[in-house]
Write a protein of this length. Sequence first.
Length: 432
Amino acid sequence: MIFDLSAVGGVLKKELRETVRDRNLVVNLVLVPVFLYPLIGFGAYQVLQIVHGIAERRTTVLGVGSEVPEAIVDSLAARPRHEIVVPPSRLVTPEVAPDGGDPDGAEFRAWREEVAKGDGPVPDALLVWHPASGEGGSDSALVYYDESRDRSVGARATLLEELDDWRRERSLAALARVGLGVADHDLWTLEEENTASATQRGQELLSMILPMILLLMLALGSFYTALDTVVGERERGTLETLLVSPLRRTEILLGKYLYVGLASVTTLLLNLASMFLFLGFVLTLVGADDIRVRITPGAFVLIVATSVLTAGFLSAVFMMASTPARTYREGQATLMPFYLVTILPGLAVVSSREPFTMGHALVPLLNSAALFKSALRGEMPTGPVAVTLLVLALATWVALAVASRIVAKEEIYVNPPKSLRRLFGGAGGSRT
C-alpha cells in the first residue's frame, strides 16, 4: 500500500506540537533524562561525604578483656578516636561455653543492650583472650561484632589488624632469639598487577550498568508517549476529529508510531549524554585516573542502530497494549507490567558473564541488552550482531502488521474492548 508521506509527517508534527504543550511529557522525556543523573549523583556524593565525615568524628568503642596482652591494649588505646571499655566477667571467662567462647554472641548482644539503656558508650566490638590451658597449648582470641552495623564491622577490622601486627611482632621476636631476621620471616612476597587499560576498565564498568538503563530509557520514552497518543487523545476527545479528516487510518497509525519511536530514541540519547558527562566529571572529581569512560565510534553507531530498532519494537508493543484502555489511569495500569518486563532482559545480561551468542540474538529485548553489553566492551561478533538486527527488524514488522490490523477495527474508536484477546479477533469494518 502506498502512503502519503506528507500526511504521515503531518500527524507526526501534530503529536510533537502537543508534546511541547504537555508539561508532564516535557518533564518525563526531557528534564528527567537531562537532570536525573547529575541530581542523583551529586546528591549521593554529598550524602556519602557527610556520612564519611560523621563516621570520622565518631569514637569507636572497643571492649577488651582483662586477659588481652598489654601490648595489644596499649596499641588500641593509642589509636585516635578509639575508646577502650572493660566487659563484664561473664564475657571473658572460658567457662561461658565448652569451646571457650560464646558462639552465638548472645551475651555480647545482651551487654550492648544493657549499656545502651544507661549512659556509657555502647561497644562496637569485643576482644576476648583465652590463655593456653596447658603445656604446649596456644592462646586463643575471640572477636565479637555485629555485621549488620558498619561501625561494628569497622571495629572488627581494627581488632584483626592489631592482632595480625602483634602476631608478626611475636614471630619476629622469636626469630631474633635464634639469630634470624625479617628476611627469614618474609620468605616471599606477593604482588599483583592489573593488565587492563584504563579504557578497558571503563568499558567493563559501563557494560555492567548501561544495558539495563538503555532498555529502561527506551521503554520509558515509549511508555509515556504511547499512553498519551493513544489513550490521552481518546480521553481528551480529539481522536474523533483526527478520524474524520481525509487521512487514512494507516497514515494516522504511522504518524503516531513515528512519534512514539522518535520520543523513545530522544529520551535514550538525552540519558546517554547526561550519564557520560556526569560519569566523566565524577571520575575526574574522585581522581580515578585508572578508569576512562569511552565508547568507540563503531560501538556507538551499533548501539544507536540497535536502539532505533528496539525503540520501534517497543513503540509498537506499547501502542497495541494501550489500545484497550479507556482512561489515562487505566492505560498506566495496563502498560506498567509491560514496562517492568523490560527489566528482566537487562538483569539477565548484566548478571551474566557469558559472551554474546546466537542464543541471545534470537530473543527480542534480550538480544538488545546483550548487544549493548558486548558493544560497550568492544566485542562485536558479526554473526550475533547481524541476527540481532534482523530479529529486531522482523519483530518490529510483525508488531506493526498486528497494529495495522487493530486500527482497522471500528470498535476501538467507539467502544474499545476491555481485553487484548478481543482486540486480536477478526477485523471489523475499515476505512483505508
